[in-house]
Ligand binder design. Sequence first.
Ligand code: ADP
Ligand code: MG
Length: 330
Amino acid sequence: MQNLSNPDNHIDSDVENAITAKGLTKTYQASGNQSEKKALKNVDLEIPRGMIFGLLGPNGAGKSTFINILAGLVIKSAGNASIWGFDIDENPRMARASIGVVPQEINFDPFFTPLESLDLQAGLYGVPSKQRRSMEILETLGLGDKANAYSRTLSGGMRRRLLIAKALVHQPPILVLDEPTAGVDIELRHQLWTYVRALNEQGVTIVLTTHYLEEAQALCDRIAIIDHGELVICDDTPKLLNLLDSKTLLLRPDTTLSEVPAGLESYHAVLQSDGRLALTFNPSEKTALQVLDEVRHKNISITDLETEGTNLEAVFMKLTGNQNLPAEAE
Ligand code: ADP
Ligand code: MG
């Protein structure tokens, strides 16, 4: 992969946080039959440079509003934000030069080739011709051999990568992706993750929004959960997962059980529809083997077993209540 970092793009500056938001608030004004909407409520957030940072929350949580304020597309109602150390009000030009945003809505011109699209975008950002690295950027995103093809002939995955390429023409140190994999199939999702990781390894700070728990868990070093416009929690992914000191042991008995055996109440035992017995325990108090022994003492023979760690879904439910459980990846 090509290295896209450029000494002129402030990537070597000594900022600690790629993005800082303080008291960020957005109230959309009432219009027509829509009442006023508080989309962001006093959000304080620091996104350290160098990370893959996830902004996770259900639809309508305020993720795009947050991103669009940073991108200069939505005007905040209150609070402050800075990008790469540049306040978005005091130094909007430098703030905008420091960030590349891939919007949630796909905007896309079918009549240009990828190379033309990138050159056009570079022109919009005032990148001088001799500093343009359109071909390198296309190659980085695996589109080198499509540089001169009409964009309308590109596959869905290639179009998504072209949008990322467009956001990179001014070689920003921060790349923001708003729901990069919403509605895409698993294969394409994993492919996009590979490109995101590779860009991050080159030193680009990545901020992405997602309503897929699985995506945040797989990709992000740190996750902020946002719900109803409020920041619920922000922590390193492993620490978030440790919040719930709980594991599940799935056991397949050799005979079909008609009900949960007595004496397993402390494990919140559940008989699943697939016939397996699910027992939940705290790994800091017990090992899976100890739990297994207790079950064996009830004269139940086990033919197969599996353990499941805490997942982000459980953390999310604990923090926000079941009502707001995000949709699972399809
Ligand atoms: P997310 O990206 O997390 O799905 P959004 O930031 O798009 O959430 O929206 C947050 C809330 O603000 C939602 O209730 C949405 O309906 C509302 N909203 C978003 N954009 C506008 C707008 N332009 N005018 C009025 N309300 C809006
Ligand atoms: Mg959104």
